[in-house]
Design a protein around this ligand. Structure first.
Ligand code: CTP
Ligand code: MG
Length: 489
């Protein structure tokens, strides 16, 4: 079972029921606020009952501080004090965090057995009263207002949640279509280029690693200046078609293309020519992500006009029509009323049909253009509700323009933080968050382990997503790419 995260998690169970063991297998040490541990800090040790009042004072302070920051907080106490328990629940509510209560349902005899083998067993009558309290408490919890009530039976308690799945680094030949068992294809978007002294070598290693890791393709951003959400303006961001030409020379099975090329950068005919050439060079492994462009600064800096939204969206439509006209068989004149070309002589011909992926989530025009002219749309959200809504809008546009929705694939851009385990995930969050509060950054980047992201990709597949374009802030070289292999299988 996947618990909400971030969340308040309150443990309830008698001594020896396995609360601390359960929490320790699932959460990072700093996330667990334990009354025993705080007795050991405010007092002489975990069993120093004289330090209880101080320990609980500290516990309340720490719980309030963490919840206030939106950080996952696991409260490891007996959990039987109803006033305290309800107080934590209220604090989670006011912090906007989901609240989970975990009741240990370890058999009484097992608790007694474990208790007896401990260095400092709890006196038998005390344990008996704890067990009785937990038993009577159990029905109350259902009505207390928790978002999730988890009952941990002893067998489940012994099992840690799945952590990072095994990573296959080599000798792996995925199905040619490279759909993972979660139901989506994963394309690596390379957006940062810390390539040191040998750009071509770095690009080659990263791309071969992506192929080896089972990615379906490599996508390059098309920007003239590195965008602020990815890096600094003085960091390299290479021209994508030139760069894709270099990647085409590698012996891989990857699809190669842009995500997304703005129609404002090049006349559509030139993009048609570049993509047809790339298709010819790769034996048909080319796609074109295309959009209306959005960043005024790079246009100004490079001497390019940046017309109003409406005009750029008009141009997006004309551009897709132009691509399709020039890629079509033959050389005949083309005139659809919007685009007029005296001839469509474009050689080399693409080696296979080139998918056009329309980038952007604008509901009135962009998704309509995707429905009318795209092979796919690319949405910038992976949020379930938003995605459900956007897909519904796309389907409505398909109906309005008479297109079979099955012909317009749904793809998403995903910018996750991916770690080996919980500690690694949070170390990465801390490294990348800048001035953004950790919890907000983790939420925005869906920070999690490979297993977390695989589960998320399965959910995206259920929502109708066929391809996830993913870019991580940690992509500094081939090893980082190889570490992502568990995402694609
Ligand atoms: N244990 C076990 N198998 C489990 C869970 C726990 O063998 N599935 C053992 C632990 O190794 C420990 C003892 O049972 O020696 C008590 O587990 P612990 O997690 O410490 O229990 P708590 O509920 O945290 O007990 P307390 O309230 O005393 O802190
Ligand atoms: Mg404990």
């Amino acid at each position: 079972m996947r618990l909400p995260d971030p969340a308040l998690v309150v443990l309830v169970g008698a001594s020896g029921s396995g609360k601390s063991t359960w929490a320790g297998a699932r959460f990072r040490a700093p996330e667990i606020v334990s009354s025993d541990a705080l007795r050991g800090i405010a007092g002489s040790g975990p069993h120093d009952l004289d330090a209880s009042e101080d320990a609980f004072g500290l516990l309340e302070t720490i719980v309030a501080a963490r919840l206030g920051r939106g950080l996952t907080t696991v409260v490891d106490t007996l959990g039987t004090d109803t006033v305290r328990r309800r107080g934590w629940l209220a604090a989670a509510r006011s912090a906007g965090l989901p609240a989970v209560v975990v009741v240990m349902e370890t058999p009484d005899a097992e608790c007694r057995r474990r208790n007896a083998t401990r260095d400092r067993p709890v006196p038998a009558p005390v344990l008996a009263s704890q067990l009785a309290t937990v038993r009577t408490l159990r029905p109350d919890l259902e009505g207390e207002g928790w978002d999730v009530v988890v009952a941990v039976t002893d067998a489940a308690a012994a099992l840690p949640d799945p952590v990072a799945e095994p990573v296959t680094r080599s000798g792996r030949r995925p199905a040619p279509d490279r759909v993972g068992s979660h139901g989506v294809r994963v394309v690596l978007q390379v957006s940062r280029f810390p390539w040191g002294e040998d750009p071509l070598a770095w690009l080659g290693e990263v791309t071969r690693a992506a192929d080896g890791a089972g990615f379906a393709g490599v996508a390059l951003m098309d920007h003239l200046i590195q965008i602020p959400t990815v890096g600094r303006a003085w960091e390299p961001i290479p021209e994508p078609w030139v760069t894709l030409g270099a990647l085409a020379a590698l012996d891989t099975e990857l699809e190669l293309g842009t995500l997304c090329t703005p129609v404002t950068f090049r006349p559509a005919g030139i993009t048609a020519k570049a993509a047809a050439t790339l298709s010819a060079l790769t034996g048909g492994r080319c796609f074109v992500g295309i959009g209306a462009g959005w960043w005024e600064r790079e246009h100004a800096a490079f001497g390019l006009p940046f017309p109003p939204d409406r005009d750029r969206l008009d141009e997006l439509e004309r551009a897709i029509l132009t691509l399709r006209a020039l890629w079509a068989a033959g050389t005949k004149a083309y005139d659809d009323g919007e685009v007029v070309l005296p001839e469509t002589t474009c050689y080399p011909r693409p080696a296979a049909s080139i998918p056009v992926i329309v980038g952007g989530s604008g509901e009135r025009r962009t998704l309509r253009i995707a429905a009318r002219l795209g092979d796919a749309c690319n949405l910038r959200t992976t949020d379930t509700e938003q995605l459900r809504h956007k897909v519904a809008v796309l389907r409505d546009h398909c109906a309005a323009v008479g297109r079979d929705p099955a012909d317009v694939a749904v793809t998403v851009l995903d910018l996750p933080v991916v770690g080996r385990d919980r500690d690694d995930v949070w170390a990465r969050v801390e490294r990348h968050r800048g001035r953004t509060p950790a919890a907000a950054y983790a939420a925005r980047t869906r920070a999690g382990t490979l297993a977390d992201h695989r589960a998320r990709y399965a959910e995206l597949a259920e929502l109708g997503v066929s391809t996830v374009f993913m870019a991580t802030p940690d992509l500094d070289g081939p090893d980082a790419v190889a570490d992502l292999a568990g995402l694609t299988a």
